[in-house]
Unconditional design. Sequence first.
Length: 416
Amino acid sequence: MKANTRDRAGERIETESAHREDSESLAPLWLAVRLSLGSAIALGFARFSYALLLPAMKADLGWSFAQAGAMNTSNAAGYLIGAAMYPWLARHRPPSALFAAGAYAVIVLMALCGLVSDTSMLLAQRLVAGVGSAFIFISGGVLAARLATAAPRRGGLILGLYYGGTGYGIVVSSILVPATVRSVPHGWQSAWFALAVACAVCTLLAHGAARSIDAPGAAIASAPGGAVRQRTLWRRYGLALGGYGLFGVGYIGYMTFIVALLRGEGMSQGVVSTFYIALGVATIASARIWSRFLDRARGGLALATFNALLGLATLMPALFVHPVAAAISGIIFGSTFLSAVASTTAFVRHNLPSDEWTRGISIFTIVFAVGQIAGPIAIGWVSDNVSLTRGLVYSSAVLLVGALLAACQRPLDRHA
């Protein structure tokens, strides 16, 4: 009898221990999901929702495609400024503080976009919102890298969850924008207010996660065993930077003009909304799809793979005018484009010591921003002078060249 009692007690202790371990293993994932709402703000709402607003704003304000593209170029220019400022600011403020500052700035600026219709004012607001987005995105990337190192078995999944959070913003935008745009002069302005409210809700959830990861007791030491132990020059990962810069040029053309292309080909608002929702859901799912790949790939293979798939996805709607082709394109694109961003953070985490993560992520972000500045204007100019279809063909070609460059990037020599 006593033996049976001891056996049952032992089983109970083992069960409680297993439940506790499961709970503890889920805690980093839940923090990553909450932190990912910052990614939803920085890109899903502040950047990609504009593609849904572009047709209404272009028609109402009489813009050309080049002018319409300049709005995302202005946002990307602000992103570049924010990325350039970030390493200096990070020496004086913790990532969670810069994360919050960027989020609150974006909320205000998104609301201001609903108050004006002057093109110059809209360009200025998009510029400053880009600065805030960079603060959110880089801070979140640094914090996600810390969290991934604290839970190394799920490192790739944690990074994927953070960057995949952009999909939440895309899905919510796909619902909010069509529901709030009205068929009256300046009827697009109400959608900006709705997006600002969505940003505010996400900020409330994400900021707490950022503070938890950034708490003094949560600091993470340098990754053991193998990161580069001395200051690393950007030239040592120049091929990855080149591939990532071309990713910035190529992907943003698709994300800026794909809705306008689908509408121009006669597809209904329902089809376009379904396409964008599918793209967003695929973005969220990408965290699970590519997590192990991000854990294993220490050189440029991951970025090369994602650029190649994105090149294929970008080419499809240019060649095949059909809702099914558009849906397949959106799913492939959504399941890979934020994983390309995650791959650079994984590269930094695998190859650099933790005291260089901020610098490394900032350098990649600067190159990314330069590409995003060039992309919308270049593809917009081609679209005005030739066609939107040709613009996407050029975007695809740029992505494929980026894949070739990234494929040549080797892991950094830890003893160099």
